[in-house]
Write a protein that binds this ligand. Sequence first.
Ligand SMILES: [Zn+2]
Length: 337
Amino acid sequence: MAQAGGVNRLPGRAAQTVLGPVDAPSLGFTLTHEHIADAPDVLGRWPKAWGGRAELTAKAVEELQRVRAGGVGTIVDLTTYDVGRDIRFLEEVSRRSGIHMIAATGQRFFPPNVPHVSMPSRTVEGLAAFFVKEIRQGIEGSGVRAGVIKIGIVGQSATALEETGLRAGARASKATGAPIRIHTKSASRAGENHAVLLESEKIDPARVSFDHSDDSGDMDYFLGLARRGYSLGMDHVHRGLGPDFKPSFEKRAECIKLLADAGFAGNIFLSQDCEFGGVLLPAENREWRETIDPPEGLLFVTRKLIPHLKQIGVSDRDIHTMTVENPQRFFRMPARL
Ligand SMILES: [Zn+2]
């Protein structure tokens, strides 16, 4: 409930979902980096594939019910305002499918030119205030509140605009307690550069995840960040199945096992960075972004990755830590935000 001064009070230990606060332990199995909220975008790009929004939404709900039956309790949507986030769609498909969804504030800049948004005029303070507003008061007048901050940094180190976003994200996180997930070019050890900026903002590394980390495959990089308290989002593992992406699927999975064996299961998240709109399209309509997602869609982690991890010796205990306990802790918001 909103209170004077824009301060909300949440029940203790709650995560902030699109349908309101949820006791963190009831999040269950959680996919921590996906893209559901931009699914209506396919209506614009492939108008003939769908009758309209109602048909698309019905198809989405049906697919999400299948995902829920496949064991997924919560999906964290990391689609920000600048890449087509449709918050009302996210709220509706969560309500109708029964899957908890956590919406993101933040920014991606990918593509870099966003119509109607004059990014160079943004200041750290102005952008932080916008993020805080989406967390405390809601998104675009919908009343739906963000429960995570997503920041995109495309290259090895942040551009000036990306640095503005990262610093704003750090300040909004400190103000509200919301966690931060960063699109990270891990193959260039970019997380190490972002950590320097985050630490200059005095951010607690326990509130930060470097996503797409498995694109690295470098245990020295992983262990360095994990020892400093950062989390590693392993959400591109399926890409290693194709010929165009290194490291291989097996290598990415092996790194997850080595990290768990080294005692860092508590720093790992599993997901598959899926573009849900692409999953909903008929196969012949899919283009590049849609075809790099796994054929299992949102069920790749449960159907393919986890069975493989078990096969190479990752314990059920560690998998539970990565997929259930870590999200509970990470997405829990303070009672006063
Ligand atoms: Zn993503």
